[in-house]
Design a protein around this ligand. Sequence first.
Ligand code: UTP
Length: 292
Amino acid sequence: MKTVKKAIIPAAGLGTRMLPISHAVPKEMLPIVDMPAISYLVEEAVASGIEDILVITNRDKDAMESFFDYSPEYESRLALSGKTKEIERMRAIADKANIYFLRQKEAKGLGHAVGRARSFVGDEPFAVLYGDDIIFSQTPVCRQLIDAYEAYGRPVVGVKPVPMEQVRKYCSLKAEKIEGTENLYFCDDMIEKPAPGKEFTNLSILGRVLLTPEFFDIIDALPPGAGGEIQLTDAMAEYARAKGVTALEFEGTRYDMGSKLGFMMANVAKAVTHPEIKDDFIAFLREFAKGL
Ligand code: UTP
């Protein structure tokens, strides 16, 4: 079995749920305290053993590329005032991994975005970290998926149980617990955005999957699915029906940076643990909450 060393971050979606800000600032560049959302994904991937990362982007999202580059102008300004720590911190971000960027050209859906990565992936298994899903966890979620892949040798989807009315916004898995495990399921079907009554279970994929190169042929042959988009779930459903995939109920809390509520919640969750501001922020929160 090949080691998982590559990851894709699809980040070319239009982010309509975050308008108006998202038409000028990519939602993946929205801050969680002082770091953009996408940097948490890169951090997670690297901490999981990933070496090469491909970000699927679009013509309005060059800010992502700039963030992972050196910044000579800032560096010389910081050097003048002896702020070497800040320089090192910015360099470390740029040097963290081999990060590649590829434009999707048209936002035709998550499946279509992943399909652009065929030549980057070659013949290796690869992780997909959805660009707007931030997950804070003890063990990086991407690592949890890699461990499940290495244990069972099948593609893995990261899932959580969600309230039934929310399943309709995401997807629903047909899955049965693998005997002797706490959080692993064998999944042999799934459906994207099921209509009421069409759900299998309340297990939905939230933000992380680990796939194999066989998926590219499936994606290329897919017709548009829910919302007229090429849906990654449809490719995974086809694969699951033919061979089965592992579903991993991951440890961690997921925040949807593509929604206003998720964005605010991620910021609060990070701010209360941030060494620089946590004490003042918690004091503020306590005081603020009294007036609610
Ligand atoms: P979403 O469906 O959450 O993103 O896709 P969206 O289409 O930008 O969101 P809304 O509904 O308009 O607010 C999950 C991830 O897949 C990427 C998105 O950038 C997001 O990180 N994506 C989606 C692409 O890369 N390309 C697409 O065509 C669609």
